[in-house]
Design a protein. Structure first.
Length: 317
């Protein structure tokens, strides 16, 4: 997958970023699916990290002095506005529909995302040119870490105060930026999901401020670390992120019992069920969609190239 520049110039580039943001917003609505996964899949992950990284102390000081023109020169605002507009549009238009689908047919939704992430794992793994021991260990470590996180049952509502919410915001936002790990699911694990929702519903200013500051500070610190690691240990970090996506597949396995409860467990599908074929079809749609999008960008998607080579060989001479 090819990283796109964070300074869009053409209508096509703006539209691509908008629809990438739309995909990110759609994913963030679904517990267990990360918007960071969609950014990674659609080739804007490193551009997004660098865009967030541009918000440094200098930019904050200029903003406080209302020197907006200088702020806009330092921040890739066109990239962020196009991406943010897509995220906001997805949340405003799809939140109700996806929530209903999640309540009534979670297997459909998870089936689509399962196929989508499997295709992404294949496409991105093909970009690793040299499988050193460090790269292999990073892949395994990422898979194990993500599995241990997503396989934990949600905690009961825990004690809440501004300090706890501050650190919860830091942890959740860091998870949100990582492929394969959902920020909302991290809040569930910590028992703070309902507390944050209640703070929003009841407009609890102090608690909301604590969460917001935690998110802002956590994001500013974490993206700098991630940017440094991507610059100096690119292949190892990419393998780690792929591992996160592999481990997250446990959470979005479509067939479950006691869905969205502490007793939730993955089960084998009932192949005699009419829903089984629908889920498989949605898996295939997600799988094909990602491979086609990736090939349109890179012209080197391994699945598409394999199919094309088989078609060529099958043609009569």
């Amino acid at each position: 997958m090819i990283e796109q520049p964070n300074h869009p110039k053409t209508i096509r580039e703006y539209l691509r970023l908008f629809f990438t943001g739309f995909a990110m917003g759609s994913a963030d609505i679904v517990p267990g699916v990360s918007g960071g996964t969609m950014a990674f899949i659609l080739g804007v992950y490193e551009s997004l990290i660098n865009a967030i990284k541009s918000f440094n102390l200098e930019v904050i000081q200029l903003a406080l002095r209302l020197r907006i023109k200088e702020v806009l020169e330092l921040v890739p605002w066109r990239f962020l506005v196009a991406l943010g507009a897509g995220i906001a549009f997805a949340i405003l238009t799809l939140a109700h529909a996806l929530t209903n689908l999640l309540e009534n047919h979670p297997d459909y939704l998870y089936g689509f995302f399962f196929g989508l992430i499997v295709a992404s794992i294949i496409a991105i793994t093909a970009q690793i040119k040299l499988w050193t021991p460090q790269v292999i260990m990073a892949l395994i470590a990422g898979s194990v870490i993500a599995f241990l996180i997503v396989s934990r049952p949600p905690a009961e509502d825990a004690e809440s105060n501004p300090i706890i919410l501050f650190f919860s915001g830091m942890i959740a936002v860091n998870a949100m930026i990582l492929p394969g790990i959902s920020g909302s699911f991290m809040l569930l694990i910590m028992g703070q999901y309902d507390n944050v929702l209640n703070a929003v519903k009841n407009v609890e200013i102090v608690n909301l401020f604590a969460v917001a500051i935690g998110c802002a500070l956590g994001l500013m610190l974490f993206v700098r670390l991630l940017s440094y690691l991507l610059k100096h240990h690119h292949q190892v970090v990419i393998a780690l992120l792929i591992g996160f996506m592999i481990g997250s597949l446990y959470k979005i396995w479509p067939w479950k019992e006691n869905f969205d409860t502490p007793d939730e467990v993955n089960v084998l599908p009932d192949i005699a069920s009419s829903d089984f074929l629908i889920v498989i079809l949605l898996m295939i749609v997600g799988f094909v969609l990602v491979n086609l999008l990736d090939h349109l960008q890179s012209r080197s998607n391994p699945v598409v190239l394999l199919v094309m080579s088989r078609v060529q060989k099958a043609k009569p001479i």
